[in-house]
Design a protein around this ligand. Structure first.
Ligand SMILES: Nc1nc2c(ncn2[C@@H]2O[C@H](COP(=O)(O)OP(=O)(O)OP(=O)(O)O)[C@@H](O)[C@H]2O)c(=O)[nH]1
Ligand SMILES: [Mg+2]
Length: 418
């Protein structure tokens, strides 16, 4: 059954895009089965240390809660443990913040062991400073005297805190192991010398849909589609598929977790290893939902998050998706340069593939090698380094038509056929 909720935000210093972040909070609530029945925003210059919002607003909130039969109140801003407790005491229902909501969604969606561990670490790290906050409260309640003799509550929470820290350390250790396996897989892929392309962008922009279109078109043999759905954070783990073009060139395409504004930094940190694929890609395809009224802000948030994970150096192309939802007049007014597509209607995908190829195969050259039979053992190495497009057996050796990076062409220069 859906819970009924109120969303509350404090717009400090009149941020112009604040309404939009409230709409997004509502979507996040929906993803957690919370039906939002009222919004409340306070414009303020200062944060109230005890209740986050001012006491007048708090009274209003308590009133709304009672008449609307609210189960939960969700704050758009991150709250401290004591603020949560103070507000709950005043209004008499559960209070959570945006971070908890996002952690909940990630927790529910995580499928692989690695994703589950990453979310757990992020949740525990979110909880840790809040335990200390609660500690102060309970310490006082438990009648703790001075600094030497701790109250019972305080002692217990200190123990809890240590347990949480130990748990985080253990989970991180397990994650390190999984990361090792991932690195091995990645090294194996790198050895294939295929360029790698990663889809990045705001959540729900259509990354997985694009991946599926390309996989269906170019990877018929071992078609493996990924999960695409109209919900926030449909994708939580990176999937890699190979895309084989009709002219035998090939590349690896990865689909990644989407971003959102104010993504909790613990979560970004926890997902850093999953996102390493992004940092090591040869090209990023930044997918933008052009039909969103907030697409410009979403581009900013994505670029900011890419910077946080250290991927700002990777070449990037912009792809504007969902043009089917935009009418022509509106389209004319959009000045954005870049490829415009509709993944859903399979429109513009050719242009996309062409641009990808121009970018990633720019340094590729076509050449012909002649390998005398005495050096035949070289062929397997050449197959690893280059794309062999054709071979012909002659009297004294094999002629290979190859395509490869200039560095590899140099490596086999002595065999180049002139
Ligand atoms: N109208 C329209 N809808 C689209 C288009 N491309 C994708 N969608 C829809 O947008 C929703 C989200 O698509 P996904 O591919 O799951 O988005 P994503 O970027 O992978 O999202 P996350 O995994 O949550 O980051 C789905 O309901 C898609 O059907 C498009 O070109 N036009
Ligand atoms: Mg996805």
């Amino acid at each position: 059954m859906n819970k009924r909720g109120i969303i509350v935000g404090l717009n400090k210093d009149n941020q112009v895009d604040y309404t939009e972040s409230m709409v997004e909070l509502e979507n996040l609530c929906e993803a957690c089965d919370i039906q939002v029945v009222a919004h409340m925003v306070q414009n303020a210059k200062k944060i109230n240390a005890k209740y986050y919002i001012g006491s007048g607003k708090l009274e209003e909130l308590a009133y709304l809660r009672a008449v609307q039969e609210i189960d939960i109140v969700v704050f758009n801003n991150e709250l401290s443990a004591s603020q949560i407790k103070n507000i709950e005491d005043e209004i008499g229902c559960r209070v959570i913040d945006r971070t908890v909501l996002i952690l909940d969604i990630f927790g529910e969606r995580a499928k692989t062991r690695e994703a589950k561990l990453q979310v757990e670490v992020a949740s525990l790290e979110y909880a840790l400073p809040r335990l200390i906050g609660a500690n102060e409260n309970l310490g006082r309640q438990g009648g703790g005297v001075g600094t030497k003799n701790k109250g019972a509550g305080e002692k217990k929470l200190e123990l809890d805190r240590r347990q949480v820290e130990e748990k985080i350390a253990a989970l991180n250790k397990e994650l390190e192991k999984l990361k090792g396996q991932r690195t091995t897989q990645r090294n194996k892929r790198r050895k294939s010398h295929l360029p790698t392309v990663a889809l990045v962008g705001y959540t729900n922009a259509g990354k997985s849909t694009i991946m599926n279109r390309l996989v269906s078109q170019f990877n018929k043999g071992e078609e493996k589609l990924v999960f695409e759905k109209n919900m926030l954070f449909a994708t939580l783990e990176t999937s890699v598929r190979s895309i084989k073009l009709p002219d035998h060139r090939a590349f690896l395409l990865s689909d990644t977790v989407g971003f959102v504004s104010n993504l909790p930094h613990h979560l970004v940190k926890a997902f850093r290893s999953t996102l390493e694929e992004v940092c090591e890609a040869d090209l990023l395809i930044h997918v933008v939902d052009l039909s969103s009224p907030h697409y410009k802000k979403q581009i900013e948030v994505t670029n900011e998050t890419l910077k946080q994970i250290g991927a700002e150096h990777v070449p990037m192309i912009y792809v504007y998706n969902k043009v089917d939802l935009i009418d022509e007049l509106e389209m004319d007014s959009i000045e954005q340069e870049g490829i415009k597509i509709s993944a859903k209607q399979n429109r513009g995908m050719e242009a996309l593939i062409e641009t990808i190829c121009e970018e990633i195969f720019a340094e590729y050259i076509k050449t012909q090698l002649f390998i005398p039979y005495k050096d035949l053992n070289l062929i397997s190495k050449i197959n690893e380094d280059c794309m062999v497009k054709g071979q012909a057996y002659k009297e004294e050796g094999v002629v290979l038509d190859i395509e490869c990076m200039t560095t590899y062409a140099d490596k086999y220069r002595d065999y180049t056929r002139v």
